[in-house]
Design a protein around this ligand. Sequence first.
Ligand code: NAP
Length: 266
Amino acid sequence: MTLQTAVVGHPISHSLSPLLHNAIYKHEGVDADMHAYDEEDIAAFTEKMRALPIHLAAVTLPHKQSVMQYVDEIDARASDIGAVNTLLNTDGVLRGYNTDIVGIEAALKGVQVSGKDVLLLGAGGAAYPVAYYLKFKGAHVFYHNRTKEKAEEMRSRFGGVVEDDLSSISPGRFSLIVNATSVGLKLSDPLPIREELITKDTTVLDLIYTETPLLKHTSAKGARAISGLSMFVAQGLEQERLWLDREIRDYGYTALLQDALQKQSI
Ligand code: NAP
């Protein structure tokens, strides 16, 4: 019998998860199928997950924090981060994990952050594992968010500084800038920061999967630009590693998703 897995969120129509996970099942010879569940009520989804059963669920916007109260166990790291993006179902017992942190680690491989000043833009669900990673690696984190109170919440959880006014910051001050806002999802969006903040020595990670105006601008300056696609693929491989209990490599999945994203934008 084909085993069921899920990606759950609201809205969910543009999720790349079924494409990624179903390609993994095909390559790994696993008889499983991932469906997208557009659910507003995450409590009801967790009941459905136990009943059907759904063996693995990738949890996305807006449920990464609220789902935590409906699971039976939470992995220690997910608990420290304050967000769950993965549910595993073992005979009706749901356990929550956070694999976004593995995705961030992969995206920032080779980028020196220890002792560096890092600017983190955004304070939504995606920013939490970034802040956790940066703290763990010993970076000096500066938080900036449209709603200042949410940046303050992050500072009280992970330490660092809230930088409310970026207008007086000098160019090149931050060696790494991470965009965890949704500014850049549309090609017509403005840059989320003043362009002078990026110099040729700045590394920019944009959590958005596509080539955003911020990434284009970074590349044009000769600086290192990293898209969120590498993070997305790595966190998805980690979800399957947890479920299937075997190492899962990227057998052309990044290229497959790049191709799908290009078709979506046409
Ligand atoms: P979220 O919880 O909705 O947070 C959105 C963030 O963007 C908030 O900080 C929000 O500020 C800010 N924002 C939205 N519109 C803005 C605007 N016009 N000007 C300034 N700030 C604005 O979303 P999320 O889950 O954190 O996701 C954020 C981004 O990361 C999304 O683009 C998502 O696609 C991407 N993401 C990527 C991955 C990956 O694997 N690569 C994983 C997760 C998310 P306020 O607090 O003021 O509302």
